[in-house]
Design a protein around this ligand. Structure first.
Ligand SMILES: Cc1ncc(COP(=O)(O)O)c(C=O)c1O
Length: 360
């Protein structure tokens, strides 16, 4: 019997996203999935413990009102301009369904977050990839004049880490007033410029952010979107046709506590940015070319060493980094910025692998 006989034809054709390895064994230097190397604010555990004492027998607020209010206040918006979901991946998926199932193609960079193509396949959205330039930078002029049913970019981009200035994002919004421009800001707190301030001025702008990176809450699964009310209403319609309660009581309590601890947020993101600067210097010292990163990871290539092989050899030395086989990026490693000790362990392992014998 064909083991796939029960699958619908569309499921047979899916090519799902493959997340980076989440190893079960301890003792690995884990620099492969862009998590924050620091734990969340200590207030998070307290808030979750308190929430666990009250009302778990009841469904949570379907609107996640406490969290939306907190996010709106933090970003200078109204609650009706914020949508919260179970990780930004879920928010992105709802946005793709809500806005991009159009007769015209969805424009996206050829090198970007690979989940975008997976959502397109899942929802039958036609995607058109717009190549980044030779230095892997996004040029908004390359998007102008194309018929578009939507535009999606990550800013800073993943896996390159390169940030697009806000003026360029605004140009994209002005060039495509007839469709939604989705700006995925998963990494913006590590050196990018957020487009959230543009929300009141652009009815076609949807910004998506996550608490997985700069708030150290990848394990809690909380993401959100900011946009004008008509866009948020569309996301609510999709969510309420899929799962009324994407965020549980504990997640809402923990997320609010993380947002309230601004000192912790500042301290940890500054620490990550400092480690990034040191890591870039060390990698360049080993002969790597490193793209300018405004994220909590760097994208690096070595002229004399195959990236896939380096990733494997690092794995053998208990250091995990991410390698993608895609065109144009197969010779790069994506390395998450760890603590100074984790970065040192990576650099030492690389020294053993790439150092030229006899060189100083
Ligand atoms: C560009 C980008 N967007 C969104 C996400 C999803 O984040 P989460 O679902 O944890 O909020 C990631 C995760 O790595 C990412 O790299």
């Amino acid at each position: 019997m064909d083991v796939r006989a029960f699958w619908s034809p569309s499921v047979r054709e899916l090519v799902p996203y493959v997340p980076g390895e989440q190893p079960r064994s301890a003792g690995l230097v884990k620099l492969n999935t862009n998590e924050n190397p620091y734990p969340p604010s200590p207030r998070v555990a307290g808030a979750i413990a308190a929430a666990a004492q009250q009302g778990l027998q009841l469904y949570p607020d379907p609107e996640s009102g406490a969290l939306r209010g907190c996010l709106a206040a933090h970003h200078g918006l109204e609650s009706g301009q914020v949508f919260a979901g179970n990780g930004s991946d879920e928010v992105l998926a709802h946005a793709f369904f809500a806005f991009f199932r159009q007769s015209q193609p969805l424009l996206m960079p050829d090198v970007s977050y690979s989940f975008y193509r997976v959502y397109c396949q899942l929802y039958g959205i036609v995607a058109q990839q717009v190549p980044l330039d030779a230095t892997l930078q996004l040029q908004v002029a390359d998007y102008a004049g194309r018929a578009a049913g939507g535009v999606v970019i990550a800013n800073p981009n993943a896996p390159t880490g390169i940030a697009l200035p806000l003026a360029a994002v605004e140009q994209l919004l002005r060039d495509h007033p007839q469709c939604v421009v989705l700006v995925d800001e998963a990494y913006v707190d590590f050196g990018g410029e957020s487009a959230i301030a543009l929300v009141p001025r652009y009815p076609n702008l949807l910004v998506v952010q996550t608490l997985s990176k700069s708030r150290s809450l990848a394990g809690l699964r909380v993401g959100f979107a900011a946009g004008q009310r008509h866009l948020i209403e569309a996301l609510e319609r999709v969510k309420n046709s899929f799962n009324s309660y994407p965020l549980d009581r504990l997640a809402v309590a923990g997320a609010v506590a993380a947002y309230e601890d601004t000192a912790w947020f500042e301290q940890t993101r500054q620490a990550v940015m400092q480690s990034r600067a040191a890591l870039v210097r060390a990698l360049r010292g080993l002969g790597f070319e490193v793209l300018p990163s405004a994220a909590n990871f760097v994208f690096a290539t070595h002229p004399a060493h195959d990236a896939a092989q380096l990733a494997q050899e690092l794995r053998a030395q208990n250091v995990l980094v991410r390698h993608f086989h895609g065109p144009r990026i197969a010779q790069y490693l994506r390395i998450s910025v760890g603590t100074p000790a984790q970065c040192d362990a990576l650099v030492q392992a690389l020294q053993r692998l790439v150092a030229v014998p006899g060189a100083q």
